[in-house]
Design a protein around this ligand. Sequence first.
Ligand code: BGC
Length: 432
Amino acid sequence: MRTVDAPLALRGLLIGTASAATQIEGGDRNNSWYEWAESPGNVADGSSPVRADGHWLRWREDNALMAELGYPIARIGLEWSRIEPRPGEFDHAALDRYREELGDLVDRGIRPLVTLHHFSNPLWLQHAGQWTNLGAVGAFERYTRVAVGALRDIVDEWVTINEPNVYATQAHLFREAPPGNVSVRDLRFVLRHMAMGHLRAYEAIHELQPEATVTIAHHLREFAPRNPRNPVHRLFTRFDSWAFQDMLTDAFGRGVFPWVLGRSPVPAGRYVDVIGLNYYSRTAVSGPADGVFPGVPVTDLGWEVYPQGLVDCAARLHAHLGVPVWITENGTADNGDDERLERFRPRFLVDHLAAILRSKVPIERYYHWCFVDNWEWSEGEVPRFGVVHNDYETQRRTVKPSARMLSEIIRAGALTPEIEDRYAAGLEYPTR
Ligand code: BGC
């Protein structure tokens, strides 16, 4: 099976990788995920983000590798708890350390897109009720001002908050993230406060840096009725899509709050300069729980591989908000087998990039998740998402074929049949 029979030009699409502080840095014990991982049962393999990739100490090596691969862009996260270890107290050594890392990326010709909040909170905020507490909004604005103020001569592209919907549902519905309760009330407060936090941060960043590009990284899934003729499946499909994502597109992107989130603090407008899309999979809907269509290709975590969904979600976001789309995350768990570090990731990349390059949606960036294998939250160290392998015992990095494939695509300025043949020929997805 071949996806590409003639070169598909990148036409300005920039390609790189994405990561998040807590999932790669290691060493920090002052964040909510460190504490959560300390309680047995919360993380499948018992691992902790205190190890991860040791990137906090090895960032030079990782930056050098990325430069060697020729990637022009990178999405990188800041750990709030390092920068503001106690409320209102800022650690300038931590900020200097981030300046060094980000400055080094820029010197190597790699343009950073920096995430301010990606799932983890400083412990002082977590213990004060994290984002259920209205105080989180002002605290986030204060931290944003300090971080952006310190880095604005190096960075001018920002993601304020990563995946508010995933954060809120994992923390307050699915018990897969701290504090792990089930409370619709908490869930609504978190979403309301995160939207307020984003709107304030959007304004604050533009005040400090008028030319900045600011967005959220919005997690969208493609929802489809498991049986399109079943009215219950159709109804839940519409509801899931609205509740999980569409209402948030309005709240964060346009300042228009649905009734469940209460009154908006701002007039309707546009509060993103581009829209960041994190896309992974499609959900077959037959009721409130997530499902997968039978017989479809899946990743090592059982998520359906459905490249067209990326383009469809991007098209909807663009139509709704009128701004270009940046794919701030897309990727797959692929743990390889006895002989190979990866079994199907190159195919996954070819199929998703081909869908993007064939579409008419203005997609300007593609950040593949992840660079080096990352600590995968409640799944721990087991699922491997990186284009670079990490041996967690020795912290030795090994470049996987997909990392090289991305280099070749970037160098060629196109996804070509030759590149597909060289890397993806014969690779097949697992099926369900
Ligand atoms: C998150 C990442 C995570 C990835 C893969 C996204 O929802 O932003 O932190 O590692 O999915 O599960």
